[in-house]
Design a protein around this ligand. Structure first.
Ligand code: SF4
Length: 343
């Protein structure tokens, strides 16, 4: 049975700027099943957030421009939904939490009002019922004295508390899908861990799917069932978390895993590895593989032609010329010992 809640098909999205066209998303296809967590992983500027903001229609046009592709949500083609149609979906069916809640929570509004407003907009309930639900939601996300906290302003809460409030705000209407854009980057490690646990718990309780946008593979290992690795506006590798962590096939994924601090690193005297160079200029993306300039396995063909996606194992696929049957044999790096979170 088809379990897909969200499907993005061959999405091309650009920004028209005075300096030219920035090809931010170049042929992205992905899907999210009901009740699963999918992680979109990659360096800053690789197109993760732009892809998801396209689903939510959060990018103004101009400068943003959807060139082609389609977005199917819950069986409906929402690619060309207008603002009014999207308003009905946002908050109710799909919600988003951002990296820094302080920039998203209105500093002039009390927490209670912030939560209640969304409910009153999307559901036919009285203010008293909305208040009761808001208090119960604040309690669920671990805010102590939830009824008193309803009267507090965002600046009176810590960073972790504000992120809990953001989660409460976004989950009060039980959305089918929650997009979480670097939800723990601004938090300390202990709070980060608590927020991840909370998201996992609420996801199971509320049967919500999560799309996690992050560059932190440690977070991904704890949360996601499947992973899409993005680079320069494309998905270069996708598969289950186990496949991506234990059997990665793309040199960019190898680079990301090598630069991950893991409790089981063998040689702790060595500095963490980095991926040399920087991502390509998306004003004029390379003709061949976008990773060629940084890839230590680069071959002649890589700079001339883009690699096609090759199926490796079930849903695991990658786009790399090394997977072509004519490619030379190489010693692939082994990562098992580095991924403490999955061990
Ligand atoms: Fe490296 Fe070539 Fe594979 Fe690109 S296609 S990642 S350059 S080996």
């Amino acid at each position: 049975m088809d379990n897909k809640l969200l499907e993005i098909k061959d999405l091309y999205f650009s920004f028209d700027t005075y300096a030219g066209e920035v090809q931010a998303v170049r042929g992205v296809s992905l899907y999210v099943n009901s009740k699963e967590t999918l992680a979109l992983v990659g360096e800053s500027g690789c197109g993760k957030s732009v892809t998801i903001q396209n689903v939510m229609k959060l990018i103004p046009s101009p400068p943003g421009r959807l060139k082609s592709g389609s977005i199917i949500f819950n069986g409906k083609d929402i690619t060309n939904y207008k603002a009014k149609e999207m308003q009905k979906l946002r908050g109710k069916e799909m919600a988003m939490i951002f990296q820094d809640p302080m920039t998203c929570l209105d500093p002039t509004m009390k927490i209670g009002k912030l939560i209640i407003e969304g409910m009153l907009k999307h559901e036919k309930i009285t203010r008293v019922e909305a208040e009761k639900r808001a208090i119960s939601m604040l309690s669920k996300v671990g805010i102590s004295n939830p009824d008193k906290s309803m009267n507090r302003y965002p600046h009176q809460l810590s960073g972790g508390m504000r992120q809990r409030v953001m989660i409460a705000m976004n989950l009060t209407c039980s959305p089918k899908i929650l997009f979480a854009d670097e939800p723990t980057t601004a938090l300390d490690v202990t709070t980060q861990s608590q927020i991840l646990e909370l998201m996992n718990k609420l996801k199971d309780e509320m049967d919500t799917s999560i799309v996690l946008i992050t560059h932190d593979l440690g977070v991904v290992a704890r949360m996601a069932q499947r992973i899409c690795v993005m680079y320069a506006g494309k998905i270069v590798e996708t598969g289950s978390s186990n496949e991506i962590f234990y059997n990665p096939m793309h040199p960019y994924t190898w680079g990301l895993l090598s630069s991950m601090p893991g409790k089981n690193r063998i040689d702790k005297s060595k500095f963490l590895e980095t991926i040399p160079g920087s991502p390509p200029d998306l004003f004029a993306p390379p003709i061949g593989c976008s990773f060629a300039a940084r890839c230590s396995y680069c071959m002649g063909i890589c700079k001339k032609e883009q690699p096609e996606k090759v199926s490796i194992n079930g849903e695991h696929s990658a786009a790399c010329w090394l997977l072509d049957q004519r490619a030379p044999n190489i010693n692939r790096p082994v990562f098992k010992s580095q991924v403490g979170a999955l061990d």
